[in-house]
Write a protein that binds this ligand. Structure first.
Ligand code: G6P
Length: 362
């Protein structure tokens, strides 16, 4: 298996390092100078569609949450997101002007598949974003966009999440184009940022070494809070999920502005806060949220391109010209942090206890 891991210690590690390369695959033939193209979608695919509902589980659900911000902001289309196992039993009100999107790495998750069948039963048009061609979810959908991440072996999803989020970002721009709601300037800005994404995903030795060293200070404590705002809130959820999955430490993702409504009561030096502080998105707002936590003596690990005086640990990022570049760069940081903590604790990174790669039963 060493060969398969190409010299990496774990599949998860290999897959983190692969992200830069597979992202180019994900964009190939789709991100063009003039805009986004999806040969999978007919030109009239979005005719009559006024809203989007996304359904998914686990990590795929987190990419959906990030996408909801992008669909409303870029495409100006209403978008809501539901956990598949909740959606199935809530007797949802569905209207046929809603496109039903499912997101799934495997294409076999039982809850997501059943949610899709339900939406189809209600007459909704469906689109899946999936990593496995010809999977059940792909076959069941009216159209499918493949993420092209390649086989993902680590149970803790990394490159699948990255490529799902990229497809959703592209799709938001695509819908905007179709609806003529994207100003030329915005289009150029988004395309330019997309083309820079593979660069933001490169793992440098400096970063990996830094996270390896830093991880030894985060092996105990009474819990982690990953905090962020806007699209960095779903990223905080995903960062916390990665850590939970492979370190078995308690971690939560939380919207930074919501900490004062309860969780800040937990703050003391044993509370580890992983603060996602993007320069290009609500920086002053997140900064003041982190300052409040620091004033209560929480231990702060700040991830930002902007030096932050109150941080106990500071991880400097480089690509801060666009929120999505910051998103992807910070994603890599949280993945590697979880990996290094898990390794130090002696856990099985690729096969964490109690978890399965694909959950085909309810
Ligand atoms: C399992 C995996 C997760 C994954 C979730 C959804 O719980 O351990 O990593 O996010 O299923 O899987 P899917 O294949 O539908 O994305």
């Amino acid at each position: 298996t060493l060969a398969q891991k190409d010299g990496y210690r774990f599949f998860m590690e290999k897959e983190i390092y692969e992200q830069s390369r597979v992202m180019s695959e994900t964009m190939m033939g789709r991100v063009l100078d003039k805009g986004i193209e999806f040969e999978e979608l007919s030109n009239d695919f979005f005719n009559g569609i006024n809203a989007i509902k996304i359904c998914a589980c686990g990590t795929s659900y987190h990419s959906a949450l990030a996408a909801a911000y992008l669909f409303e902001r870029i495409a100006k289309i209403r978008c809501d997101v539901e956990i598949a196992s909740e959606f199935r039993y809530k007797e949802p009100l569905l209207t046929q002007d809603t496109l039903f999107i499912t997101i799934s790495q495997s294409g076999e998750t039982a809850d997501t598949l059943e949610a899709l069948k339900m939406a189809k039963g209600a007459g909704l048009k469906s689109l899946s974003i999936c990593n496995v061609d010809n999977s059940s979810i792909v076959r069941e959908s009216d159209a499918a966009i493949l993420t092209r991440a390649g086989i993902e072996k680590g149970v803790a999803s990394t490159k699948a999440f990255a490529t799902q989020t990229m497809v959703l970002w592209m799709l938001a721009l695509y819908v905007g184009q179709q609806k003529n709601s994207v100003p030329t300037e915005l289009l150029a800005r988004e395309i330019n940022a997309m083309l820079h994404t593979p660069k933001a995903l490169i793992v440098t030795d400096t970063l990996h070494t830094k996270l390896h060293r830093l991880s030894k200070r985060y092996l105990h404590g009474h819990g982690f809070f990953f905090i962020g705002r806007d699209i960095f809130y779903p990223l905080a959820l995903e960062g916390a999920l990665k850590l939970k999955e492979i370190s078995y430490l308690h971690a939560e993702g939380y919207p930074a502005g919501e900490m004062k409504h309860g969780p800040i009561a937990l703050a003391d030096s044993e509370l580890f806060t992983i603060a996602l502080m993007p320069k290009s998105m609500h920086y002053e707002k997140i900064k003041s949220n982190v300052e409040e936590l620091s004033a209560r003596d929480a231990t702060i690990c700040a991830i930002s391109s902007v030096p932050f005086d109150l941080a106990d640990d500071f991880i400097k990022t480089q690509y801060d010209s666009h929120p999505m570049l910051e998103f992807f760069e910070m994603m890599v940081v949280t993945q590697l942090l979880a990996l290094e903590i898990s390794v130090r604790l002696g856990n099985d990174v690729d096969m964490p206890r109690n978890l399965a790669k694909s959950v085909t039963v309810e």
